[in-house]
Design a binder for this molecule. Structure first.
Ligand code: F6P
Length: 367
């Protein structure tokens, strides 16, 4: 459809929510409406709304006053997938390819393009839609910051500041009670949130999923602090961290989900192990979805707005099948086909790890 004047564009937010989604919706819609006279159709609950034909025309008023609001005015779903949708057959969920019907809805609404705001899974679905001839422009979101092709995703800065604030608050109570306090931080298999909040909050130990942790090494670190008169320690631990030769802590196995492993609880297990080995009193706090809620930081509002305006420009100039991205300080775009299905984790020679160790913070194991 490249070359044709774009008149109507569908927009959806898919996967786990994160602060800044509304800022992107606002920027895409306002920019398309004001500068290109394009009509914007809001698709409800991510790919679920596309599959089920739930869409509505967005007015200028609909996208006004939402810049600072957390969540997404369109709703989202992290289960829907037009190429493997769970359908109940005899009461049991069976995965079916419903893409033909889904694409028929794109045609029914005369959508010249889709703007898909999502993470890794959503970009994989977008890639398949592109391969079936649907013009798509992607916008990278996730608090995990693990999306391939961009230096930073929006939502990350907000989550990192929430986790940092939590560490600050844990600090004062740890100090009062002379305890070892563990703060469990999201991020799945990527440690970007933990290394960032850990450094910003001055954690004494930072444990990442990318490096299997050594319990004895961690205990030695907190015992040493205790010996030198620092009678408390703060440990920032990623939800996806695992011990040397061991496994991640699973809070629940969810059948028929894209993410069948729901992580959670490593801080509780590790805290108990530390208490058993050192005799020091420990407590664990799992930050969970607090990290995804509430208003975006100014940095995320700015990044989301830049991404949204960039996505609108791609749509208006017919540059489809690309995802907007941040490279250094520039907004660029990369082919969606290069993005989906790959994640960007923290390399073990990353400068942030050096910085942490240089100020006396231990990592989960000797490097
Ligand atoms: O990918 C974002 C994220 O918040 C991860 O950090 C976390 O493991 C997961 O989503 C939680 O997903 P859910 O919202 O399904 O509990």
């Amino acid at each position: 459809m490249t070359g044709k004047k774009v008149r109507r564009v569908g927009i959806l937010t898919a996967g786990g929510d994160c602060p800044g989604l509304n800022a992107v919706i606002r920027a895409v819609a306002k920019s398309l409406m004001l500068n290109h006279k394009v009509e914007v159709i809001g698709i409800e609950d991510g790919f679920e709304g596309l599959i089920e034909d739930r869409m509505r025309v967005l007015s200028y008023d609909d996208v006004s006053g939402i810049l600072q609001r957390g969540g997404t005015i369109l709703g989202t779903s992290n289960k829907a997938d037009p190429f493997a949708q769970a359908i109940l057959v005899d009461g049991k969920p069976v995965k079916k390819d419903v893409s033909a019907g889904t694409i028929a809805h794109v045609e029914k609404w005369r959508l010249d393009a889709l703007v898909c705001i999502g993470g890794d899974g959503s970009m994989s679905i977008s890639r398949k839609l592109v391969e079936r001839g649907v013009p798509v422009v992607g916008v990278p979101k996730t608090i995990d910051n693990d999306l391939f092709g961009t230096d930073v995703t929006f939502g990350f800065d907000t989550a990192a500041s929430i986790a940092t604030d939590a560490i600050d608050r844990i600090h004062t109570t740890a100090q009062s009670h002379h305890r070892v306090m563990l703060v469990e931080i999201m991020g799945r298999t990527a440690g970007w949130l933990t290394i960032s909040a850990g450094i910003a909050g001055g954690a004494d130990v930072i444990i990442l999923p990318e490096m299997e942790y050594d319990l004895n090494y961690i205990c030695e670190k907190v015992a040493e602090r205790s010996r030198y008169g620092k009678r408390f320690s703060i440990i920032a631990v990623s939800e996806g961290a695992k011990p040397r030769g061991g496994e991640v802590v699973v809070s629940r196995l969810v059948k028929d989900s894209h993410e069948s492993i729901r992580l959670g609880g490593v801080s509780i297990k590790l805290g108990n192990d530390i208490e058993d080995l050192t005799g020091l009193e420990t407590r664990a706090t799992v930050l969970g979805h607090l990290q995804r809620g509430g208003p975006p930081t100014p940095n995320d509002r700015i990044l989301a707005t830049r991404f949204g305006v960039g996505a609108a420009a791609l749509v208006a100039t017919g540059q489809f099948n690309r995802m907007v991205a941040l490279r250094g300080t520039d907004i660029v775009s990369v082919p969606i086909t290069e993005v989906g299905g790959r994640t960007r984790t923290v390399p073990l020679d990353h400068p942030l790890l050096d910085v942490a160790e240089a100020v006396g913070t231990a990592l989960g194991a000797k490097r």
